[in-house]
Design a protein around this ligand. Structure first.
Ligand SMILES: Cc1cc2nc3c(=O)[nH]c(=O)nc-3n(C[C@H](O)[C@H](O)[C@H](O)COP(=O)(O)OP(=O)(O)OC[C@H]3O[C@@H](n4cnc5c(N)ncnc54)[C@H](O)[C@@H]3O)c2cc1C
Length: 381
């Protein structure tokens, strides 16, 4: 446990760690091998009230802050990377878009079932020709009386193959730049909305990635979040905060790898002694522990700024880029410490090594995070 956790966060960490050891870790290899959405694990997290973690109490959530959610994610990700991606996408992308972008009526309409885990949320921004450059969206939104008509497609939508409620970013006026982006909610089963599961990921195999296709898909005007043209602002706000939770996920992945390596190094003997007695191994473990703590402190700072309603964009980007890249270095060292056995399934470090890689890509690549940080440092020239 961390010295800066309050009593409630310490209890939360203990509860989630015990749940994760019993219900997530034993199934993590199967989730990965079968590329199976961890539905029972998700329901278990819902049973603990964690699927509505940051949703206000009046809309069925537990009204927790991002520091609380960070505590949860570290424990979940340490046990099962895929389950942590599912949870982040549900809570800090899908549900938070409705929470921040929606009216009270919309929040009442969608959030209680999402907070309870009865329904699953997804967030659809990326398209085939636009990932980092979110302004280049090609999915169109056209008004027709009291309806909108959507046409286009989205890629890489996490939870997409199983989700019920999708926050979708569209373009109603490409000439208007960022003022042309509008966010809407599309529910599964809407005519003209097709979901095509995407297979073949390197890691995070359980998170039900999908392509979404909209062909003359009609939704009520009442499904629009905010005003026309407010979608870009909503997307940036959500990504600025959610990437703090990707950093928290990286702490968990790094911790899982570090703890496995520490334990293995004490058991594995070569030349008559445990490898943990060798300075080469000790220094790797020391560097892993330093990087994990540094990442945790950066992430805690960003989450604290967010919880206090203070500017946090630069700090969130710093936490994400550092924690994701540190998790990569830690996973690599952990695999090295395991020697050949670390290269084979069902080694925990083999899975974490693959799961970690996408954390440097999704919710803004490391290059985009460095752009955000350097713009904040240098300002307009
Ligand atoms: C497993 C997985 C799950 C995902 N889940 C979701 C999801 O739920 N919802 C969703 O909307 N999206 C999701 N994504 C998409 C993800 O957010 C994008 O892949 C990511 O933002 C990068 O976009 P891109 O793939 O189009 O890469 P590109 O934008 O094409 O970038 C390609 C390369 O160029 C670099 N680059 C781009 N622009 C610049 C620049 N200006 N300066 C320097 N370098 C630059 C990038 O850093 C990268 O290295 C997911 C992706 C994956 C792999």
């Amino acid at each position: 446990m961390q010295p800066f956790y309050n009593e409630q966060q310490t209890m939360l960490a203990t509860t989630v760690r015990e749940f994760a050891a019993e219900k997530l870790a034993p199934l993590a290899d199967a989730v990965d091998t079968l590329a199976e959405f961890p539905i029972d694990q998700f329901r278990g997290l819902a049973g603990l009230g964690l699927t509505g973690m940051t949703v206000p109490e009046e809309f069925g959530g537990s009204g927790g802050g991002y520091r609380d959610f960070m505590v949860v994610l570290e424990e979940v990700a340490a046990a099962c990377g895929s389950t942590s991606t599912v949870l982040i996408t549900h809570v800090s992308l899908g549900s938070q878009t409705i929470n921040h972008g929606g009216s009270d009526e919309q929040r009442q309409r969608w959030l209680p079932a999402l907070a309870s885990g009865e329904k699953i949320a997804a967030f659809a921004l990326t398209e085939a020709r636009t990932g980092s450059d979110a302004l280049a969206l090609e999915t169109t939104l056209t008004r027709d009386s009291d309806e909108y008509v959507l046409n286009g497609s989205k890629l890489f939508c996490t939870n997409g193959a199983v989700a019920d409620v999708f926050s979708v970013f569209t373009n109603h006026d490409r000439a208007a730049g960022h003022r042309g982006v509008t966010a809407v909610v599309v529910e599964k089963g809407t005519p003209g909305f097709t979901i095509n599961p995407q297979h073949g990921k390197m890691g995070m195999k359980g998170c039900a990635t999908a392509e979404l296709v909209f062909e003359d898909c009609r939704i009520p005007v009442g499904n629009r979040l905010g005003e026309e043209g407010e979608g870009y602002r909503i997307a940036l706000k959500i990504l600025d905060s959610s990437r703090i939770m990707i950093a928290a996920q990286c702490l968990g992945l790094a911790k899982g790898a570090y703890e496995a390596a520490l334990s293995y190094s004490k058991q594995r003997e070569t030349f008559g002694r445990p490898i943990a007695t060798r300075q080469a191994i000790q220094f790797m473990l020391a560097d892993m522990a330093i990087e994990l703590d540094a990442a945790r402190l950066l992430t805690w700072r960003a989450a604290a700024l967010y919880d206090e309603g203070l500017p946090h964009g630069k700090e969130a980007a710093m936490a994400k880029v550092y924690a994701s890249e540190a998790a990569g270095r830690i996973a690599s060292k952990a695999l090295q410490i395991h020697g050949g056995v670390g290269y084979f399934k069902p080694s925990v470090v083999e899975r974490i090594y693959r799961d970690q890689r996408v954390t440097e890509i999704y919710e803004g690549t490391s290059e985009i995070q460095r752009l955000v940080i350097s713009r904040a440092l240098i300002g307009e020239l």
